[in-house]
Design a protein around this ligand. Structure first.
Ligand code: ADP
Ligand code: MG
Length: 569
């Protein structure tokens, strides 16, 4: 990143002589701070802003709903390491965009939501779409402010960008009132700011590194947990080096998947339940002990588990379970320090231990159970048979987006991730409806890849109209729908004499026909032998495709030891 000063202060081409228009200044400052993509839905008072953004070289992606646009912006931000923008209209547009703020905040992801607002000069008068937007955005953002003066636009943009990526990442909200966007400011009065440098990467004191190492050395049943904080930190090389040097077994969280390839020999994901329950020392890398990790508490974890925790956010240390060794710093920096210490020490977790063989036999057992389910050729199909076909036909170098209850949970165990930041899913907030927006954000941010989106039928329904966006921009996205007729499955036939069950969706729905309306190729699959050919075709060539796969409405997971949301002791 360079630290040049604001070109807006010297360039008069877009202003009338010696002045610049607020919306032009905003677009220019966003671009200067590394915002290359803007997703949104235009209307009052941001339509011109989108055009000015295009003029400044920002790629504008017009979407169908603000929720999906805000999801697209955060996916692009997470993948690029720099906040990207979403613009929405005032009032209801902002309210819809809040969904993205909440989801990004929960996931510790950056993005900038820019909400158009009614004019400051009409505040309190009942203006068109007037809303107290900064106030409602604040609890869902890491930073929220109104652009209250046009000459200070560069200042607020710099704050939003910096706050969103420094320390623990999170979303920023900027309120853009109509009269500020329209204001003409003398260029000489525009406040200059620096381009935000990439985030600092603090390390930790050497004695803490030594303490971490001795804790690990004292473990009988050690486990490394790799979270999406490591993916965000771009610590994949350091994490892989550490795991290989120490030969410690590891488990990724859902979006920590791929930081180390899922098929790495030290991965124990298929033995997740056992690994969590029996580990005595856990090295927790950029992951929170929230519901996803069952709070670090019994019965899912050992009562007296010892935690060595790496996190950039000091306030995360000790959440739910006391931390024995706290390494508060950047994932890549701290792991590099750990690697150096391991080099000096020469320690490696023993190659033959009871723990290793326990894990290995559990992995083998669970892989076998899944393999049997995948081999089931009956119709209607279970979840596992289509997932096997999806796994076997995954494009090279893809990003897997996934949502839906059974579809996402079972899909996660079957579909391998190779490479950091190759999985985007419902995440910490458990949001349904993120899938198509995430896929669009990923396709825009990482052109050249074919993105695979695996959706339940209910999840697809939240933002299915974004398929039109995919067609309009000719995005290489394969949308796969595993249809079980509703939320958690629904009846195969609707009873004419009564209302359908609450979670039921139309059993005769033909989701793939959305391609008839807008374009792209579509496939409808009901039989196991149709799976591979359809998926192979869908994953080849250009543009968006859609594969609708019918599964048994009663299909479920393989039996689990613990139910979902098992209460903690
Ligand atoms: P997961 O869902 O994979 O468990 P979480 O979102 O719960 O991951 O946790 C990610 C953690 O990573 C957060 O506590 C966040 O503070 C931390 N984190 C974010 N950036 C970094 C970084 N650069 N280095 C270390 N930790 C980070
Ligand atoms: Mg369903």
């Amino acid at each position: 990143m360079t630290t040049e000063t604001s070109p807006a202060a010297t360039d008069t081409t877009n202003g009338a002589g010696e002045t610049i228009v607020g919306a032009v200044l905003l677009a220019r400052e966003l671009k200067r701070q590394g915002v290359d993509y803007m997703f949104g839905v235009v209307g009052f008072p941001v339509s011109e802003l989108a055009v000015y953004a295009q003029n400044e070289g920002i790629r504008y992606i017009g979407m169908r709903n603000e929720q999906a646009a805000s999801y697209a912006a955060q996916a692009a931000s997470y993948l690029l390491g720099r906040p990207q923008a979403c613009i929405v209209v005032s009032g209801p547009g902002v309210v819809h965009g809040l969904a993205g703020l909440a989801n990004a905040k929960s996931n510790c992801w950056p993005m900038i939501l820019i909400g158009g607002a009614s004019a400051i000069s009409q505040n309190g008068m009942g203006a068109f779409q007037e809303e107290n937007q900064v106030e409602i955005a604040r609890p869902l953002s890491k930073y929220a402010h109104a652009l209250d003066r046009a000459d200070r636009i560069p200042y607020y943009v710099e704050q939003a960008v910096r706050t969103s990526i420094y320390g623990r990442p999170g979303p920023a909200y900027l309120d853009a009132p109509d009269d500020i966007l329209l204001a003409e400011v003398p260029i000489s009065e525009v406040k200059e700011t620096q381009v935000v440098p990439d985030p600092p990467r603090p390390g930790v004191p050497d004695r803490d590194i030594q303490a971490a190492l001795s804790a690990l050395k004292s473990a009988e049943r050690p486990l490394v947990i790799v979270g999406k904080g490591m993916a965000w930190a771009r610590a994949e090389n350091e994490v892989l080096e550490f795991v290989e040097k120490t030969q410690l077994p590891f488990l990724p969280t859902p979006m920590g998947k791929g930081v180390i390839d899922d098929d790495h020999p030290l991965a124990v994901s298929p033995a997740r339940t056992l690994a969590l329950r029996e580990a005595d020392v856990v090295l927790l890398l950029g992951a929170r002990l929230n519901w996803i990790l069952h709070f670090g508490k019994p019965p899912r974890w050992a009562e007296d588990v010892r935690i060595v925790q790496v996190d950039i956010a000091a306030e995360e240390i000790g959440t739910n379970v006391p931390t024995e060794v706290a390494l508060v710093g950047d994932g890549a920096a701290v792991l590099a320090q750990l690697n150096e210490a391991v080099d000096e020490d020469g320690w490696q977790y023993a190659s033959e231990t009871t723990w290793r063989s326990q894990l290995a036999s559990k992995v083998e057992e669970n892989v076998e159970v899944s393999a049997q389910l995948m081999a089931d050729e009956s119709t209607p199909m279970n979840y596992y048979r289509p997932l096997q076909a999806i796994r076997d036909t995954l494009p090279e170098d893809t990003i897997i987006v996934s949502e839906g209850a059974g579809t996402m949970d079972i899909g996660r165990t079957v579909l391998p991730n190779r490479g950091a930041r190759t999985r985007l899913d419902a995440g910490t907030y458990g949001t349904m409806g993120v899938g198509l927006g995430f896929a669009i954000g990923a396709a825009i941010a990482q052109p050249g890849k074919r993105i695979v989106t695996l959706e339940g039928d209910a999840a697809f329904g939240f933002s299915g109209m974004e398929y039109e966006t995919m067609v309009r921009y000719n995005l290489p996205i394969t949308t796969i729908i595993l249809n079980n007729n509703g939320i958690g499955g629904g009846p195969s036939v609707l009873d004419e004499d009564r209302d359908p069950p609450p979670g039921a969706y139309h059993p005769d729905a033909r989701y793939e026909r959305i391609a008839d309306m807008f374009g792209g190729r579509s496939y409808y699959v009901t039989e196991p032998d149709e799976l591979e050919p359809a998926l192979r075709e869908a994953n080849s060539g250009e543009g968006p495709t859609i594969v609708h796969i019918r599964i048994d409405p009663r299909a479920g997971r393989k039996p689990q030891q613990f139910g979902w949301h098992t209460p903690t002791n």
